[in-house]
Design a protein around this ligand. Structure first.
Ligand code: C5P
Length: 306
């Protein structure tokens, strides 16, 4: 794929949720070994990459997002240039729809999109695997944002393998909370809680994989779970109300997404999700409500809007 006549490339990249997130011990490098099942949802950021006199990162549709090299997307462009000896300064414009600091890997998604966009702009001949290795250096969730679909993640989350699953779609409502949670702080809170007492742990990942093969929403609802949930609630106790409201409104299941504070609510089908979203929006338990479905593709080039 080459750049359009304006010399820009646009990449659309999905949000993720974790259907399963099992956290192991703190490693000497400051990360935790984990086993997760990611699913990419049809809630996208569009990242536009253009050649420029100097590097910049700007965001449209959200506040509080770092600019320049403080943004992971800026780091992604720089790392790709360093690794390949190609490229030059780029202007990165991020049209944000993925909640910021919401536990849906929006920053990681923008970095993945930047890798795909710069590789296209610079005509790099890299395989997805080579791009995936660079992605893993940028952050634990970046390789999955490249891959999309439904996938198992191991290591610190950066080792990705697709899962066998029935071909159906999962329907979700996302309750986006006020404010965000810092991923390192949520992991540290889990370590603290585990040091002072028993914290419930999710069941085996095999149960989630079997439910995905089965394909029924009810089977999946029985087994989704997140070890970081207790820590996210400990830091943001209001999440309990959101989880409770979701179950009162007929959710099949509701869990904290990743490190939170977004709550992912599993629904039976599209109608169920639409109805539940309306009911939840009428209650004062979150900042906004979104309907989403998955799985969807990973980061890919789309036509640049004129
Ligand atoms: O990999 P990423 O930069 O997204 O991770 C952000 C932070 O989340 C890490 O610095 C670490 O504190 C925590 N983390 C972790 N174990 C993981 C992934 C992330 O402790 N597997």
């Amino acid at each position: 794929m080459t750049a359009d006549r304006g010399g820009s490339i646009t990449v659309r990249v999905p949000a993720k949720i974790n259907l399963h997130l099992s956290i192991g011990d703190l490693r000497p490098d400051g990360y935790h070994d984990l086993v997760t099942v990611f699913q990419a949802l049809d809630l996208y950021d569009d990242v536009q990459i253009s050649p420029a006199a100097r590097m910049s990162v700007t965001t449209i549709g959200a506040t509080g997002v770092p600019t320049g090299l403080k943004n992971l997307a800026g780091k992604a462009a720089k790392l790709l240039a360093t690794r390949t000896g190609a490229g030059g300064p780029v202007a990165i414009r991020i049209h944000k729809q993925i909640p910021v600091a919401g536990g849906m890997a929006g920053g990681s998604a923008d970095a993945a999109a930047t890798l795909v966009g710069c590789a296209a702009l610079w005509d790099l001949d890299l395989t997805r695997q080579e791009l995936g290795e660079i992605a893993g250096e940028l952050g634990s969730d970046v390789p999955f944002a490249l891959a999309g679909g439904t996938a198992v993640g191991t290591g610190r989350g950066e080792k990705i393998a697709p899962v066998l699953r029935a071909g159906n779609t999962q329907h979700w409502v996302l309750a986006v909370a006020d404010g965000g949670l810092s991923t390192p702080e949520v992991f540290a809170e889990l370590d603290r809680l585990r040091a002072v007492g028993e914290v419930p742990r999710v069941g085996p990942v095999d149960e989630v994989l079997a439910a995905l093969v089965d394909g029924s929403a009810a089977a999946l609802a029985d087994v989704i779970g997140n070890d970081l949930q207790a820590a996210a609630i400990s830091l943001q106790p209001g999440l309990r109300r959101t989880l409770h409201a979701a179950s009162q409104e007929g959710a099949l299941a509701a869990i904290v997404s990743g490190s939170g504070p977004t709550i992912a609510i599993l629904c039976q089908d599209a109608d169920h999700a639409a109805g539940l979203a309306v009911e939840l929006a009428g209650r004062d338990v979150c900042r906004s409500v979104r309907v989403a479905r998955g799985p969807v593709h990973g980061a890919r080039v789309v036509p640049t809007p004129v």
